[in-house]
Design a protein around this ligand. Sequence first.
Ligand code: C5P
Length: 404
Amino acid sequence: MKKNLKNKKILLIISGGIAAYKCLDLIRLLKKQHVEIKTVLTKSAKNFVTPLSVAALSKGKVYQDFFDAESESEFDHISLSRWADVILIAPATANIIAKFANGIADDLASTLVLASNKDTILVPAMNVRMWINSITKKNFNKLFSNGYLSVGPEIGEMACGEYGQGKMSDPKIILDYLNNFFNNKNILKSKNLSAIITAGPTREHLDPVRFITNKSSGLQGYEIAKSLDKIGINTTIISGPVKLDISNKIKKIDVVTGKEMLNAVKKNLPTDIFVGTAAVSDYTFNTFYNKKIKKDEKDEIKIILKKNADILEYVSNHNSMRPKLVIGFAAETSNLIKNGKNKLAKKHCDWIIANDISNENFGIDSVFNEVSIIDKNFNIEKIEYSKKSFIADKIADRIVKTFI
Ligand code: C5P
């Protein structure tokens, strides 16, 4: 693999677990790759490794105390984070994960992570029971949803003699992860990729106060936009009426009807990636009444609906400006995979992400989802029941892989 770590600046936070000893080897390997390293040791980490050995191997200052008379005047918690290309927490104990997840800032390590906007990679290490404890899981998932990255933990025999998941990944695995991470970043940067995401429902108006819409919350699309933005893709979200916010780094275009959504998509083409998560109304009213329709004596009135333009189909078949990757969604209440495959063929997109909306515990209008990615060769990758933010990260990962 291409080596991408030369002159990278890694801020290594060592927290207090028995696996901390592995960090000495990790520092040695990183130094061999000409990485610049600064280290922070939590108070309990010093029970497992000495500041002297960390300083000797990293060839730099070891930051320990928040209230360091020598250097706190430099605002270590701010300057260290500013300096770093990436923050690596190895080992990340259940305690430090809990602190990060709850915004606790009671020492240098937790304060600088709270004050940082840099990519932060956790390398969890703990006893298996601590790892599978639902409180740790919740804390970890919260961080994951907020964009933290992670390596491991691995399954194996632990220092305490128990067997299970919780072992800190070996330094070589962490090194491979970092190489991959910077490699992907470099490639993505050089490719300067862009993406358009459609999200949310549309509203098709009959008159100024009446419209057809659906239960789509827009959350899955917003999360995908966030995940793509996070990895450096120039992202535009074209959104129907939803109650969601998004960072102003992402270009957002608000629309109401399917027709407006189509026009906004057309205006923003060409793009490298198109993800159609919007639940566009299949039909719209044939006639729009400028004034509110009055109730009259008739018991029945007939309203004619006509087909709305299919945005996904338009983009997929737009040969001169077809994005390299066109992804559609298929919300299905039955025959998920069969219907997904049919939609893939009919709409000529590259992937269909099929999601089951028959179960009210996930899918439409929920923070959870369960999806299957079906590609052109009908290979299927299932992403089990998870938060939509997690699913978005997985989808973004897979998108990146198709461009590398
Ligand atoms: O045909 P169906 O609505 O089930 O297909 C769903 C997929 O097609 C989604 O990706 C959705 O965003 C897209 N779609 C669209 N324009 C429409 C209808 C659906 O882009 N008018």
